[in-house]
Design a protein around this ligand. Structure first.
Ligand code: 7PJ
Length: 287
């Protein structure tokens, strides 16, 4: 049994868990601005969306207040706190779900943890000053994502000699940094960071070789939902990437992902359950 303790809630990673994306940003690439009215974040709208995703089978809601799409402008810390914390508070009060906070900011890590968040999801893998200590203190599980550079410059001709080796070396460094501040291995989740400092070829290569990262022995999280790697293959606008996204979910699960981060929860849950059924078949038949 692989139980991930997320504050007061536990996730059973023997089953693949679906993480629903909740953007508290006015400018995210696929659904930014949905929970904004006259430039003001609507907590009720965000809470309603979280409730729908929970009903559709998400066990984790990932709340982000900073758009990290390529070239996105940085938001101030205060703005990120103002966007995310009221949503964390409302969901913690109203819904029985693990709240993940998609942030790199130590202040937000600490405040969200005290308001009932159950997981930290950092696309900068706790690289900002103070983030390691804030994460350590939170006692929560942490998703360390691979990226090279910053969201502002990461897509300027990303290049690797051997991307798998580089991603693994990055994880090794960050896992050691975590260990040094007292974050035990049982609290860590790893994510190759699809679309972060990666070309289409890099993304396809990593997805096709995900099992090599699975061998590191940490739960893997993958986030491919509606991303440009799907457009790169299918040439679809962002609202027409569902089928492509679902294909990547099935492959990620077959290759070992334990958490999939998605926009389209009900469809993804079906794909996850179907894929798991195939993976669990025992070879016992009447014939
Ligand atoms: C990811 C993320 C991802 C993790 C974003 C988007 C861009 N966190 N946050 N993994 N992507 N762990 O949703 O397209 O792939 S923001």
């Amino acid at each position: 049994m692989t139980i991930l303790q997320c504050g007061s809630r536990a996730l059973d990673l023997e089953r693949v868990q679906v993480m629903g994306i909740l953007n508290a940003t006015p400018d995210s690439f696929s659904d930014g601005g949905k929970h904004f009215r006259h430039h003001q974040l609507s907590v009720e709208s965000a809470l309603a969306r979280a409730a729908v995703m929970l009903k559709e089978g998400a066990s984790i809601i990932d709340i982000g207040g900073e758009s990290t799409r390529p070239g996105a402008v940085r938001v101030s810390l205060q703005e990120e706190l103002d966007r995310v914390l009221p949503v964390v508070e409302a969901i913690a009060k109203e819904l029985d779900v693990v709240i993940s906070v998609d942030t790199s900011q130590p202040e937000l890590i600490s405040e969200a943890a005290s308001l009932g968040a159950g997981m930290i999801n950092d696309v900068r893998a706790l690289c900002l000053p103070g983030a390691l200590h804030a994460a350590a203190e939170s006692q929560l599980p942490i998703c360390l994502m691979h990226m090279k550079g910053t969201p502002q410059d990461m897509q300027n001709a990303p290049a690797y000699n051997n991307i798998i080796d580089e991603v693994i070396a990055f994880f090794d460094t960050r896992i050691k940094a975590c260990a040094e501040v007292g974050i035990s291995a049982e609290r860590l989740i790893l994510d190759p960071g699809f679309g972060f400092a990666k070309t289409l070829e890099h993304n396809l290569f990593l997805l096709n070789r995900l099992e090599q990262l699975d061998r590191l022995g940490y739960p893997l999280l993958t986030g491919t939902s509606r991303k440009s790697m799907i457009a790169g293959v299918l040439d679809r606008e962002v609202d027409k990437r569902l089928s492509g996204s679902l294909a990547t979910v099935a492959i990620a699960v077959m290759k070992g992902a334990k958490i999939v981060r998605v926009h389209d929860v009900s469809e993804s849950v079906d794909v996850v359950r179907m894929t798991e059924a195939v993976m669990r078949e025992s070879g016992e038949s009447d014939e």
